[in-house]
Design a protein around this ligand. Structure first.
Ligand SMILES: Nc1ncnc2c1ncn2[C@@H]1O[C@H](COP(=O)(O)OP(=O)(O)OP(=O)(O)O)[C@@H](O)[C@H]1O
Length: 242
């Protein structure tokens, strides 16, 4: 199958601090990859390099198609309504304004965003703002969705709802995805493969194929198989971080 990302011998240094060294991996089209690793090892830096917000010092990154990124904070423009925020991402679109409105409304419905189109971000809960930010990331139908701890700032139940919605969305629209997270449940539920990064300057230490697991969240959460895999991943993380 065609690759969406090909990364070889990637290296990156912030002024004098080397962060990434010899990072190698590929991502197939429609595959979902989660990235785990100790805080500060370089996960966000890697996403920024993939999204071309940073330039590698060494090695190569090839991306097939357009990427779109969602951060931990929603980064919505406070002076724009929710509709206005998502419309900003369509600035280069050839769609007419009414067609844009229709497309945004359809996506809001898919993401369980109720009647918030004309509200401003400050009037919404954190979870709802993050849904709008996800809509903004998806509205151009990117080939690659990059998620940097997207649900870390919301409460447990909102996080659970967002994870389930993203999972359902990928069932109908299997966009290629790279998810940076500290949450192993999230990584297992949303990805086909997990990369475990080593300490900074980091490289890929382990690549774990995620087996077939329950696809509904309640069964997943209670599954013994999931519990066993989590133990394995935790002990791998421990070993890598020593
Ligand atoms: N703009 C920057 N300038 C200089 N150093 C930076 C910059 N951004 C990050 N760093 C440093 O690079 C290293 C990797 O940071 P990065 O945010 O990529 O790690 P991370 O694995 O995503 O961390 P976390 O899990 O805590 O979010 C850290 O030591 C960080 O302090």
């Amino acid at each position: 199958m065609e690759n969406c990302i090909e990364i070889s011998n990637l290296g990156f240094t912030y002024s004098t601090q080397p962060v990434l060294a010899e990072v190698n991996f590929t991502l197939k089209r429609s595959e979902s990859l989660a990235i785990l690793g100790q805080s500060g090892c370089g996960k966000s830096t890697l996403l920024r390099l993939i999204h071309q917000l940073l330039t590698p010092d060494n090695g190569n990154i090839h991306i097939k198609g357009q990427s779109s990124i969602l951060f931990q904070d929603d980064r919505l423009m406070p002076w724009q309504t929710c509709m206005g925020n998502v419309r900003l991402a369509l600035t280069r679109s050839s769609l007419t304004r009414p067609a844009q409105t229709e497309q945004i409304t359809t996506l809001f419905e898919k993401l369980q965003i109720p009647e918030v189109s004309n509200r401003y971000p400050h009037a919404l809960s954190g979870g709802m703002r993050q849904r709008v930010a996800l809509a903004r990331a998806l509205i151009n139908q990117p080939d690659l969705l990059l998620l940097d701890e997207p649900f870390a700032a919301v409460d447990h139940f909102t996080r659970q709802a967002l994870i389930i919605e993203l999972h359902q969305l990928r069932q109908t629209n299997p966009v290629s995805m790279v998810l940076v997270t500290h949450n192993i449940d999230e990584a297992l539920f949303l990805s086909d493969r997990i990369l475990i990064l080593g300490n900074s300057p980091t490289s890929v230490q382990h690549s774990v194929e995620v087996p077939e697991l329950p696809t509904d969240w309640q069964s997943f959460y209670r599954s013994k198989e999931v519990a066993n895999i989590k133990v394995d991943i935790l002990s791998t993380l421990e070993t890598v971080q020593q």
